[in-house]
Design a protein around this ligand. Sequence first.
Ligand code: HEM
Length: 459
Amino acid sequence: MPLLLTTLAVALLTVFCCTIVPHLRRLHTILHFIKTKQLPLYPGTLYAEHNSFTIPFPIPGKAGLLTAEPECIKTMMSSEFKNVGVSLGRAPYTPLLGAGLFIQDGARWSHPRSLLRPLFTRSAVSSFALLESLLQPLFAHVLAAQKSGEAIDLEPLFQTLTLDLTTAFLLGEPAGEKGKEFADALEEGMKHVNFSLQLGRFWWVWRPRGFTAAIRQVEGFVEHYLRRNSSGAFVKTLLDAGESEQQVRAHVLNTLFAGRDSTAATLSWVVWNLVRRRDIAARVRAEIADVVGDALPTVQALAEMKFFRAVLNETLRLHPPVPLTNREPLGPTVILPGKAPIRLKQGEPVYLDFFTLHRRQDLWGDDAAAFRPERWGENEQFEREMTARWCFLPFGLGGRSCLGQQLAINTVMYTIVRLSQKVGGLERVVKTQEDGDQVRFTNSPVPAPGEGVWVALKE
Ligand code: HEM
């Protein structure tokens, strides 16, 4: 009996040491990166330890893989597209966002995607009347700050702008006054989702009262619009095609999640970079003055701003709003990170790390860490080349690439042009000790500047 007990104790200890301890150690390291607001840099330390850009990354209850290797990313996003899904890894989002197209695989993804695609075509997202009207409250804040001489944080203003813009696009009306409560509930819900994502296959055990309350509020917000029966093209297209109200709500929330924070973060990072590089900011201003002067920019005018576009690309390279995404094989799959193939089991999570990919020196050169828009050149040749080599993927690539890419690019460029026309210049203001040269990120799946974007405005 004592021998049996000892054997059992040793077996349990071995299981504990081999499975739980590594997770606890990793959690400890992750918490350090969270505390110092450097989370996107964490995978880089792991690749350095393993001397490889494709490494094991088990999650509680499962094996897993983390990769910043173009060939592996291509396999998971394109070559093996039919044999790869996302829904297992994204299941923790369903209590809050519903089972919409961002979270689903198969026909439950492809059907709504094909219905919605025409709403995102280049011509469909080329009218700026709505954006111009939604920019007015932002300008009012900015001009008031300019008058009073006070510094202002642009990050929350960009978040309000993109919430209004996305709700107007998805639900036919800007969130307006109701937006703050909804955004708070969404943020609270996301905190719980992020926690449950850490629990791997046991994600479903996490359902505290605060999470349930946030879910109810988020759902109630969308339902309010759906009941009014005048919610615009996005909702109408889905309802006319026979999607249930519950499905429509999920598609709205999924798209809102995909589009709102990412556009706000991009706007924030563009300004964050410009206020740190006066030389580049001056070139962007000169280009804007040259191409549009004081006139309202059109899509054609934005397309002419080659240097500004290079600044945007360089921002998306160094600060991709989606630093990491997930995939899982629907059946046995093989990826080839180097000479030795890796066999993946069905359902094994693979994390695609765009953040590290965009900063690899062997792909981008010795100055990969530097903000240097000039690397993009005057035409789109370099962008095409880096995309074709699967080295530059801020909007993803392949069958599940971003539906809102053109909308996001137009929104960011138009907003910055208009801001530049309204104020004489933006100057960096250091508000916290942490806001030094070391970049910091918010601890969110869509990382924005961790200390905000504080600026002073010149006349
Ligand atoms: C700068 C802003 C944006 C960035 C960087 C961005 C990035 C991305 C990325 C990387 C993906 C692919 C994720 C994956 O393959 O796992 C994606 C998907 C998606 N994005 Fe965006 N996005 C932005 C703005 C938007 C906007 C404005 C919308 C719509 C209002 C939008 C709607 C979507 C949707 C619906 C998907 C899912 C596509 C699918 O699964 O088929 N995005 N986005």
